[in-house]
Design a protein around this ligand. Structure first.
Ligand SMILES: Cc1cc2nc3c(=O)[nH]c(=O)nc-3n(C[C@H](O)[C@H](O)[C@H](O)COP(=O)(O)O)c2cc1C
Length: 175
């Protein structure tokens, strides 16, 4: 698939067949995620692969908006490492979430390129789901959940938007 075509045709998929996702495809998607840009090239991400049926059902309680994970074969939990991200604690900022967002988008695009369906479900910056997920999956203290990416072979074909291109949101700077 041409990259530009992939960018324009990726849609969130929330219904999946029961077919499992091949391990090779899981590795490829995570590889794509790891090629994302990150501030100071810190690559502060890690990925928890969850395909256990009971664990997938738990997302219903961990993050309500990701409840359809219970009918999916796979979740890749994109996490960030607080200790690695480019940040300034004294100034109160960190690039952690921004870097993880870039990795998550790469993951979604790789899934699409493989003919898989995926949906980014938010964990960060919502404190309760972040805490509950970290507890449920026994994440180390420095590792924080960022996104719940639900993945599988698509059982729906979401409608493509009419046209998201909006010229009015482009401003051409001239002195
Ligand atoms: C930060 C973020 C959080 C999201 N959280 C959820 C979510 O919790 N549940 C869900 O079903 N979709 C979630 N989405 C998917 C959006 O609803 C979806 O991207 C949007 O409606 C546009 O549709 P598209 O992805 O098909 O272009 C999230 C997307 C982003 C970027």
């Amino acid at each position: 698939m041409d990259l530009m075509q992939g960018l324009l045709t990726r849609r969130s998929v929330r219904k999946f067949t029961y077919e499992p996702v091949a391990k090779e495809d899981i590795i490829d998607m995570i590889k794509a995620a790891q090629y994302a840009p990150s501030a100071h090239n810190t690559q502060p991400w890690s990925f928890l692969v969850i395909d256990d049926k009971e664990a997938l059902k738990d997302f219903r309680h961990l993050q309500r908006s990701a409840l359809f994970a219970e009918n999916a074969p796979l979740v890749i939990l994109v996490c960030g490492d607080k200790n690695i991200a480019f940040s300034r604690e004294k100034e109160g900022w960190s690039y952690l979430n921004i870097d993880c967002a870039a990795a998550t988008e790469n993951l979604l695009l790789a899934a699409h390129a493989k003919g898989l369906g995926a949906c980014w479900c938010g964990a960060a910056p919502m404190t309760k789901p972040m805490t509950d997920i970290a507890e449920r999956f026994k994440l180390p203290e420095n590792i924080v959940p960022f996104a719940i990416v639900v993945i599988g072979h698509p059982a729906e074909t979401p409608k493509q938007p009419e046209n998201r291109f909006d010229e009015n949101k482009i401003y051409w700077y001239h002195d």
